[in-house]
Write a protein that binds this ligand. Structure first.
Ligand code: ADP
Length: 179
């Protein structure tokens, strides 16, 4: 199952898939503030990339919530990993701003590094507890707004890990496009 939607000269894609096997130039990691492997999607990315990813990550001095840092991809198909730290869901107004910044700062970093394609997992919606429906609206709106202004990024792919998450992102995309 795949959805492709054109925004200006770029493509926004929704797929069901594993972020660690994506062939985009960069993949985003739902990291923690220490940039340590941890569990969830981050653990999976570190396992697939190999131990050099943690070696490089250690030198970066961590990452604040909403910010993004770049490493190489090592054994991954992707040449780069963009590590971004999502908010731990608390129900406060800061959550949405922090989550928006994750996508925005990751895309800005990609653009600065001349990266043309990037895949994202659903940031913060696992252990960090962000409700998927709300998170999907923020993720997609932020990506769409960015692509309207930055035609240098050719492809943004959301790699959703379950059919349930994919269907939620799909409905959110339909809603955003209708409004
Ligand atoms: P966070 O701490 O930001 O919530 P998690 O890793 O706990 O991050 O989960 C974020 C999302 O990534 C969840 O929806 C989870 O199902 C999904 N996920 C876990 N492993 C993978 C993977 N290999 N590829 C894509 N998504 C994944």
């Amino acid at each position: 199952m795949t959805i492709k939607h054109e925004i200006e000269n770029s493509i926004l894609e929704l797929i069901i898939g594993d972020i660690t096997t994506q062939d985009t130039e960069a993949i985003a990691n739902a990291a923690n503030r220490r940039l340590s492997p941890g569990g969830g999607v981050s653990g999976a990315i570190h396992r697939a990339a190999g131990p050099q990813l943690w070696e490089e990550s250690k030198t970066l001095g961590g990452c604040y919530t909403g910010e993004a840092k770049l490493t190489k991809g090592y054994n991954l198909k992707a040449k780069y990993v963009i590590h971004t730290v999502g908010p731990v869901y608390s129900g406060s107004a800061d959550d949405s701003e922090d989550l928006k910044n994750c996508y925005k700062n990751s895309l800005l970093l990609a653009s600065r590094k001349n990266i043309k394609s990037i895949s994202f997992p659903s940031i913060s919606t696992g252990v960090f507890g962000y409700p998927v429906k709300e998170a999907s609206m923020i993720a997609l709106k932020t990506i769409i707004d960015f692509l309207k202004e930055h035609t240098e990024i050719e492809l943004v792919r959301m790699a959703l890990f379950s059919e349930g998450d994919y269907n939620i992102y799909k409905s959110s995309l339909e809603k955003i496009l209708k409004d």
